[in-house]
Design a protein around this ligand. Structure first.
Ligand code: GTP
Ligand code: SPV
Ligand code: MN
Length: 589
């Protein structure tokens, strides 16, 4: 039975059904009973493996096709009307040409299968900032993951009513053929199509496809920002909660910072952190001229490897029930899961690696895929912020950009002002990770951590950021951090994780005029005595080293930025060009 009378929804649905020819159409109503039945179906088909009901209640393991383990950036397209609109950092194809290709792939693709209709909401249903989507999919795995990551069900359709204001998406698994894999966005039509994949950000369309690529275009048109950012509330001993957002590229520490546990000394003094979001922030100017943030998601699609009781106990607690694990190690003896970095060595027992093969770690291979993930409900997180569930926006004091840089970027610095902060974000670079298919550890430019997620011309996106200053008389201060500076042997010089609060403390002090700084060509750098090192084994000399600027590597950085900026031609905002020239002059030999 159709769960809505919305004519746009029904017509899009019927057209897709005619093309893909599913045997059956099932509407996702959001009830536990229906989700339970789908879990049982997935267990029966072997798509999900039920885990230990006592140790991991409601949890399942999924294994993806080994050719389908991460986002595929080279097969992700922004099909705006013109190539210029998509810009030089996006793949583009003429929308009609792409429609033709997809039509061919989708035709008959759901024969013998069921098409699920997922009505979903980004943000609490009916809340001020919520936006709605429909994803049609032939994957039960996608339904069950979307039911964790977003709010799904009939109440979304009720809230939509007759409105045509929704994002429409189609996902078909097809043969999981990597040659025919396409993740396509039609920003002018609010439409998404994913084919031949069944993995993460490729197919859970509420996440990167809608909430970043499409929403970034909506944000430009409507005067707000859709960003690849965590949102964190930091409560000081006086009981005040100040909020920051952080944009780090994929697998560079957002989830970890979002769930930060203060170091012991801080905890004793009454510091506490609250998670509002770990991956996506929608940012809007408020009447008070401040920037306000909401997290449109409802769960965490987090990187498993490296998550441990020591590094991120809140993430681990979030996965203690009602979680889907993808591509991790299964312990067949007690039906629990494991991944590299959970404990020093794999557990005892009959272990099976992410490909489903017997594994004991002795051959040097990894048991879990480096981009293995958990899909966990946000409500499980012990430090979830009350503002998360209410969907109330939180006011942002600081925006923090950051990346993985073995050298060059110091532990932390502050931009001179908003426009210079946009330059700092626009010139971010980071070593690539396993979150996307391709080489790992190569330094690439990743502006605002949005290189794979900006749905329009990156130069116009920077201009939009610059324009936001006009409506933000009380704009957040903008910072850059780098937790990943290494010594000659490649060891991290900064302990990271909970100890990052020491840096956040300085950042917040700067926002409230409570700390001094050194003026440098790249911006304001902390005086080494102003970062609290009590309770760490970091020496003042090490800190001095990771705050230092090496002129030669900054000259090299400037050359890289200049080359990167070239591709935007006349569209590059003048202030970014001027900031680059000033930086070059400051480091000139
Ligand atoms: P996406 O979900 O892909 O967007 O990733 P993310 O930005 O949320 O990254 P996440 O927090 O999952 O961290 C990815 C990896 O970075 C993990 O292996 C962490 O252990 C590691 N990491 C996170 N924070 C730190 C830190 O402060 N220092 C160091 N050295 N490693 C860190
Ligand atoms: C990322 O790659 O930034 C992720 C994982 O958060 S995915 O959902 O696959 O995009
Ligand atoms: Mn991400």
């Amino acid at each position: 039975m159709e769960l809505t009378q919305n004519r746009q929804v029904l017509s899009a649905l019927h057209k897709t059904a005619e093309l893909t020819q599913p045997d059956e159409i099932v509407w996702i109503d959001g009830s536990e009973a229906q989700l339970d039945a789908l879990r049982a179906l997935a267990v029966e088909s072997g798509d999900l493996i039920p885990l230990n009901e006592e140790k991991l209640p409601g949890c399942y393991l999924a294994r993806s096709n080994p050719n389908d383990v991460a986002r595929v950036e080279d097969r992700t397209f922004i099909c705006s009307r013109t190539r210029e609109e998509a810009g030089p950092t996006n793949n583009w194809m003429d929308p009609d040409e792409m429609r033709g290709i997809l039509h061919g792939i989708l035709a008959g693709s759901m024969r013998g299968r069921t098409m699920y209709v997922i009505p979903y909401s980004m943000g609490p249903v009916g809340s001020e900032f919520a936006k709605y989507g429909i994803e049609l999919t032939d994957s039960v795995y996608v339904v069950l993951n979307m039911a964790i990551m977003t709010r799904v069900g009939k109440d979304v359709l009720d809230a939509m009513g007759d409105s045509a204001d929704f994002i429409f998406g189609v996902h078909a698994m097809c043969e999981l053929d990597p040659e025919k894999r396409y993740i396509v966005h039609f920003p002018e039509e609010n439409r998404i199509v994913s084919v031949n994949s069944n993995y993460g950000g490729n197919v859970l369309q509420g996440k990167k496809c809608f909430s970043l690529r499409i929403a970034s275009v909506l944000g430009r048109n409507e005067g707000w920002l859709a960003e690849h950012m965590l949102i964190l509330g930091i409560q000081n001993p006086q009981g005040e909660i100040r909020y920051v957002t952080g944009a780090f590229p994929s697998a560079c520490g957002k989830t970890n910072l979002a769930m930060l546990i203060p170091p012991e000394g801080y905890r004793k003094n009454g510091w506490k952190c609250w998670t509002v979001g770990d991956d996506i922030a929608w940012l809007r100017p408020g009447k008070d001229g401040r920037l306000w943030a909401v997290n449109p998601e409802n769960g965490f699609f987090g990187v498993a490897p490296g998550t441990s009781e020591k590094s991120n106990p809140n993430a681990l607690a979030s996965t203690s029930r009602d979680t889907i694990f993808t591509n991790v190690v299964l312990n067949e003896d007690d039906r629990t899961v494991w991944w590299e970095g959970m404990t020093k060595t794999p557990p005892e027992g009959r272990l099976v690696n992410w490909k489903g093969e017997p594994w004991d770690g002795s051959d040097g291979t990894k048991g879990a895929h480096p981009n293995s993930r958990f899909t966990a409900p946000a409500r499980n997180c012990p430090c979830i912020s009350p503002e998360f569930e209410s969907g109330t926006a939180v006011p942002i004091s600081a925006i923090i950009f950051g990346g993985r840089r073995a050298k060059t970027a110091p532990l932390v610095y502050q931009s001179r002002d908003w426009a210079h902060g946009v330059f700092v974000g626009a010139t971010m670079a980071s070593e690539t990770t396993a979150a996307a298919v391709g080489a790992v550890g190569v330094v690439r430019r990743d502006p605002m951590a949005m290189r794979p997620f900006c749905g329009y011309n990156m130069a116009d996106y920077w201009q939009h950021w610059l324009d936001m200053e006009q409506v933000l008389p009380n704009a957040p201060k903008i910072f850059n951090v780098n937790w990943f500076r290494t010594d000659e042997e490649g060891h991290f010089l900064w302990p990271g994780f909970g100890d990052n609060l020491r840096v956040l403390e300085w950042i917040l002090k700067r926002c409230f005029d409570e700390a001094d700084a050194d003026v440098t060509p790249i911006g304001f750098v902390p005086k080494p005595e102003d970062i609290n090192l009590d309770g760490t084994d970091v020496t003042r000399d090490t800190l001095r080293e990771i705050l230092s600027l090496d002129a030669a590597s900054w000259r090299e950085n400037c050359a890289g930025i200049r080359e990167y900026f070239e591709q935007f031609g006349e569209r590059l905002p003048a202030s970014l060009r001027a900031d680059l020239e000033a930086l070059e002059a400051a480091f000139a030999e």
